[in-house]
Write a protein that binds this ligand. Sequence first.
Ligand code: ADP
Ligand code: MG
Length: 474
Amino acid sequence: MPPILSSIIRDEIKPIDGASDSQLSAIDGIAKEFDLTVEKLSEIVNHFCNEMDKGLEKSGMTVAMIPSFVTGIPTGNEVGTFLALDLGGTNLRICEIAFEGKGVINVKQQKHKVTENLKTGPANQLFDFIADCIDKFLSELVTVQFENDQSENDKKFKMGFTFSFPVEQTAINKGTLIKWTKGFTCPDAENKDVVFMLQEALKRKEVPVVVAALVNDTVGTLLSHSYKDPDTLIGIIYGTGTNGAYFEDIPKIKKLNKYSNDSEKMIINIEWGAFDSEKKVLPLTMFDNKLDRESNNPHYQIFEKMISGMYLGEITRNILLHLIDRMLLFDGYSSKELNRHYSFETEYMSTIEADESHALDDTKKVLEELLNIPSTTLTDRQIVKRVCQIVALRAARLSSATLAAIITHCGRVESGSSVGIDGSLFEFYPHFSARIKTALQELFGTNADKIKISLARDGSGVGAALAAMLTTKK
Ligand code: ADP
Ligand code: MG
């Protein structure tokens, strides 16, 4: 008897030519472990809804539900020119963003590499470097002139700052760095206000810029998509990591007591990567547990580890090694490359899933040329493709659960909503978006057709500038 799988896996399954009974039964066993029935999905949706409520009530909860202090929703009619600064990894990016109304946006930008020296030296040195780059950008690319009769304060550019590190935010333009990540270690920056440090550097260098807003990349994605589509409710990142943000009614953010503002809505940065770190509902397999145990943050970001670009390849690698050890793949031979942690990149999975050639030629290249497996049969390659499908399908179905939960939480099942998504996994992984939609149909029936999902590129630039603009709108 084949295992009973949710419909989508059955629809996608193609026969594996020449597979032995033990190979077929091993694959079926793995498929079953990774399967997410609609009943299981509903259970996850319910648990996520409860966790959202908890996070809105108290700080320090597993799903942190961090208030962004971005209030107000862009209408798409806003007009004006603002700057954006994006610091979060390899490059520093400075943009001038001209909003022209009717959802039209013009962007100019410059990028600078952040050297090791800057990432690890004194914080002042890093922020002085940023101020110099902004100064250079203003003199080379910015053409806006201030009128003589404007006040001194009006003669400054307003800038939004996307800072993709963990921050405890206390106001739209105030946030304390909790911990550096991604190779940054400037020793004297932790526990300090990053906007203050940047503003001081701008003062030292006499650069006429006011840092008006500090945002996270999910918040930026939500804002930039809202400018084009005012029906937008949710912004999501499926990239190296995964996270989401949405518009919440301010009275529902119970932990924000004493906060008063004329606006009705505030963006919440959910921080959903940490969802169910207690392992109550997520269907973790031995392959997930192995990845977690061997990661540099065991027990943290359990949900993210089942979904995002940084991890899908590693889950797949764990399964392939398991099959090799049971002599069910590559005749029992691995390679030095495949044995190395994180060597099987999520991008390879994209290539393999997109490979529709009869002999799976691209898959052969990935396995034999990039990973140095001595030789592969068509059966091997079909098995590898099936494994990629199984892992990525679960990721997409889990992704549908948080989306469904937010839509339910906000009472938008019947009325529908738009969702803006950024990140390479969403942009490039074959069928990722279609698989999310299928799962939403299983959960919501025809109401799923009212959910519009689209790619929202460059939230960190446009979104930060919009956040700066919204501070001047009141
Ligand atoms: P970030 O999240 O760091 O801002 P991206 O959105 O570009 O950057 O996401 C990078 C992640 O996306 C990497 O972890 C990588 O595994 C994954 N990725 C990059 N290219 C592809 C691809 N073609 N298919 C699937 N995943 C990809
Ligand atoms: Mg990004």
